[in-house]
Design a protein around this ligand. Structure first.
Ligand code: FES
Length: 157
């Protein structure tokens, strides 16, 4: 999925139940492979996630997250290699610092930080990826649709 493409909710909507749209930015080497393992292992998880594969979490700009919200996401997952396992040595440490600051910014702007999940999922953790997806969807479902971005845009001169 490209961030330039609007995130469409193609998940089967249960009668009247809000189905969150989740964008996941993942590193190629660990989480993407773990998600692939979840698929080949037939791990059951909810289908609401659209993945964007990047070389490393260190490459994930916070602007990508903002763009995902702008394009209709209700929640975002950022996930990569465990500390010490980054294929580019320190990319995930940079990402961890960046997203800690980003959450502060979200709080400052009044956006609930629970809409963004930051996790470590290795290539062998297909089950964990399924858990991260399901937990994120349930948490965002409880928060409701993300309409704040539209409000922010309307308030901007
Ligand atoms: S290569 Fe996976 S987080 Fe850097």
């Amino acid at each position: 999925m490209s961030t330039a493409t609007a995130i469409e909710n193609k998940s089967p909507a249960s009668a009247g139940r809000f189905e969150p749209r989740i964008a996941a930015f993942v590193c190629n080497w660990c989480t993407y492979t773990g998600a692939d393992l979840a698929g080949t292992s037939r791990v059951q998880m909810m289908p609401n996630v659209r993945m964007v594969r990047l070389p490393c979490t260190g490459r994930i700009d916070t602007a990508f997250i903002i763009k995902a919200f702008e394009r209709g996401a209700d929640g975002v997952i950022v996930s990569g290699c465990h500390p010490g396992d980054c294929h580019y040595s320190e990319g995930n440490y940079h990402a961890r610092r960046r997203f800690a600051m980003f959450k502060e910014l979200m709080n400052f702007m009044g956006i609930d930080e629970r809409r963004v999940t930051f996790s470590w999922v290795s290539a062998s953790e297909g089950r964990k990826w399924g858990d991260v997806v399901d937990e994120t969807i349930e948490r965002v479902r409880a928060l409701g649709p993300f309409d704040d971005y539209k409000t922010l845009l309307e308030e901007t001169p």
